[in-house]
Design a protein. Structure first.
Length: 98
């Protein structure tokens, strides 16, 4: 994999300042990417509990009650994730200042 990245970047490696500047200049876009990714996961039912039946026998998917989410719980989790993203971005900005 490294040979591909060297080929694509011609050996260029961004330093910490370049990455920090990119993050600062594109903070809203990055936040939106995180939000859209989370919503895509919800739309693709990646958080869905599944019940399987084999020869009349019900087999519950591996999932504890703590991991069984309703739509309301998922919306709250998305809001929490958004808050964490905002906190993370703010913390990174503070660290850049120091």
């Amino acid at each position: 994999m490294q040979s591909r990245s060297v080929f694509l970047l011609r050996g260029l490696v961004p330093d910490f300042r370049t990455i920090a500047d990119f993050r600062k200049e594109n903070a809203e876009a990055l936040k939106r990417v995180f939000q859209v990714f989370t919503k895509v996961c919800v739309e693709l039912d990646l958080y869905k509990q599944v019940l399987l039946a084999v020869d009349g026998t019900k087999v519950r998917a591996v999932n504890s009650k703590a991991n069984c989410y309703t739509t309301d719980v998922l919306l709250k989790k998305i809001a929490t994730i958004d808050a964490h993203i905002s906190h993370y971005m703010a913390t990174m900005d503070e660290l850049d200042q120091t």
